[in-house]
Design a protein. Structure first.
Length: 362
């Protein structure tokens, strides 16, 4: 039996999203049906709507979500109906080369539901990042459900499903930030502020926030930035150097996705420092023109960070616990709570830089 629910659909490139009737099948083998409780609005949803990811319209948007498992299909043993879960887009396969070598966070054969959600007329929907959670119910692979503490607010912890995890992981996992490190974060939106919070949690003592907008720099301080640099009024590289005793930062996190910013992050490092690229570039961007001798001579590492190199089953429950203990200000990422009909306006607020995250609450 299929369930008829309301969902936010992007029907065509650039067209405003609409609320449509979505048919969600009962879970088959290895699948879980989830009652969505909350779902954050992410830049990636907008990228789908703009045709920047692929052309598989229509899309069922939404992917930073928490919910309650309503039913599971045959053979599912890891989650049960009633479990409170954060959804993820890294349900690892356990069998590919990366998984077998004990590095499941690099799995490239991750699972999604096999059955399709459709419009009322049978048109197959493409769920954003294999989730599609701007809907009252969604169908995912059971491995996409990570049970976390029932005490947590779904609007807050759902954000771990994508952008906030990417930022936290950029510092804590990819950048391997440790006690006493200095960290500079370029771009202080949701992902960048999460990288700042992650750096603080990992013990960094100097955390430099770099942005072009004073409002964002102010907010960055609330997440743990100890210094701020406004790149529109001062040289970003010099600003980071000044904040780190003239050395440059041990870890520079690029959270914008722009060659110019990557170049700044590259030169703002101390010798043997690490650049973490977590901002997502567009396909037309080129690597900055940096003399190769500078790459060699400065040592260190340049590391792209995909989903913060997280392993949801390991990282989500622990980060939720840290939030509940008051050690990670996850709730500060929630700028506003909206309904399904507020997604289009939330895209505009995001583009204007007015919100860290608008969260749809169901
Ligand atoms: Zn795998
Ligand atoms: Zn996202």
């Amino acid at each position: 039996m299929a369930h008829e629910v309301r969902g936010v659909v992007a029907a065509a490139k650039g067209a405003p999203v609409t609320i449509e009737k979505v048919m969600v099948p009962d879970p088959g083998p290895g699948e879980a049906l989830v009652d969505v409780l909350a779902c954050g609005v992410c830049h990636t949803d907008l990228h789908y709507r703009e045709g920047g990811i692929n052309d598989d319209f229509p899309f069922l948007l939404g992917h930073e979500a928490a919910g309650r498992v309503a039913a599971v299909g045959e053979g599912v043993t890891d989650v049960s109906p009633g479990d409170f879960v954060v959804l993820n887009w890294r349900a690892v396969c356990g069998q590919c080369r990366a998984c077998r070598r004990g590095r499941p966070q690099y799995c490239f054969a991750t699972h999604n539901a096999t059955q399709k959600m459709t419009l009322e007329d049978g048109t197959v929907l493409s769920p954003a990042l294999g989730i599609g959670a701007f809907a009252e119910k969604t169908l995912v692979a059971a491995g996409q459900c990570t049970p976390v503490s029932q005490r947590a607010d779904p609007a807050v912890v759902g954000l771990l499903g994508c952008g906030v995890m990417a930022g936290l992981g950029a510092s804590m996992l990819t950048g391997n930030v440790g006690p006493g490190d200095s960290v500079a974060v370029f771009g202080c939106g949701g992902v960048g502020d999460a990288a700042i919070a992650g750096a603080r949690l990992a013990g960094a003592t100097t955390i430099v926030a770099v942005d072009l907008d004073d409002r964002k720099l102010q907010l960055a301080r609330q997440f743990g930035a100890t210094h701020t640099v406004n790149g529109s009024t001062e040289d970003a590289v010099e600003g980071v150097r000044a904040a780190t005793g003239g050395y440059g930062a041990d870890v520079c996190v690029e959270a914008v996705g722009h060659p110019k910013v990557l170049e700044q992050a590259f030169f703002a490092r101390d010798l043997a420092g690490t650049v973490v690229q977590v901002g997502v570039p567009t396909p037309d961007m080129q690597f900055p023109d940096i003399p190769m001798i500078e790459f060699f001579g400065r040592g260190g590492a340049l590391k792209p960070s995909w989903y913060g190199d997280c392993l949801p089953s390991r990282d989500f429950p622990l980060l939720v616990d840290l939030y509940l203990q008051g050690r990670l200000p996850l709730d500060r990422f929630v700028s506003e709570r909206i309904g399904l009909d507020g997604v289009e306006e939330a895209f505009h607020k995001m583009e204007r830089g007015e919100v860290l995250r608008s969260v749809v609450v169901l």
